[in-house]
Design a protein around this ligand. Structure first.
Ligand code: GSH
Length: 204
């Protein structure tokens, strides 16, 4: 099994961290989706990473599909198999992915030539991120995990999203969300997250 992706993509990091959590055998192939000679469009018509190439020749994309597949390979499952806990976990993943989409969109907009940038688009993306951080803190219980009494996919994907926001859209969200900050510090201290931190990302 081979996972294709870049060291900085947070969508790829979700899969890389899960592979470490579950101690799966998977080769990591560094591939830049934007490069002219990238192998990615031949594997994924959308031209995006991550891509997971299975030993039987099948190829999986995108990150929610890949993490769900990887989670089935070895117990214990980080995504509950059924019931309310499953939908809740998938909703956390949808929120985390949406936060990443907003942070990426904001970053790409801010990298356009100044006269072509849309301040309105940047503001909309920042509002999505602010509301999502607020929502996450509101849902956080007293324990160290987002769901039930154990570490789950919800914690992993939300930690990846918040650390990516620190990396690409640094701002003082901790000042207004005093409970979320220690929660993130706890989850991001896991070896799976330390070992997949992008080059240049500092520990908060
Ligand atoms: N929804 C996709 C998003 C993946 C994504 O946007 N990856 C970026 C890297 S961070 C990419 O490959 N971009 C290349 C492109 O958009 O052409 C997923 O969850 O896998």
């Amino acid at each position: 099994m081979k996972l294709y992706g870049s060291l900085t993509s947070p969508y790829v990091r979700k899969a890389r961290a899960l592979i470490r959590e579950k101690n799966l055998a998977c080769e990591f192939v560094v591939a830049d989706a934007w490069a002219a000679d990238s192998p990615i469009p031949a594997l994924n018509p959308l031209g995006k990473v991550p891509v997971l190439a299975l030993d039987n020749g099948e190829v999986l994309f995108d990150s929610p599909v890949i993490v769900e597949y990887l989670d089935t390979l070895k117990a214990p499952a980080l995504l509950p198999a059924s019931g309310a806990a499953r939908w809740e976990t998938l909703r956390w993943q949808a929120l985390a992915d949406g936060m990443l989409d907003a942070a990426v969109s904001r970053l790409l907009e801010s990298r356009r030539p100044a006269e072509q940038q849309s301040a309105e688009n940047i503001r909309r993306q920042e509002e999505k991120i602010a509301r999502s951080i607020e929502y996450t803190e509101r849902c956080l219980g007293q324990g160290p995990w987002l769901m039930e009494n154990r570490f789950s996919l919800a914690d992993l994907v939300m930690a990846v999203a918040l650390e990516y926001i620190d990396f690409r859209y640094p701002h003082d969200w901790r000042g207004r969300h005093a409970r979320l900050a220690p929660w993130l510090a706890g989850v991001s201290a896991r070896p799976s997250l330390i070992g997949t931190r992008p080059p240049g990302m500092e520990k908060k």
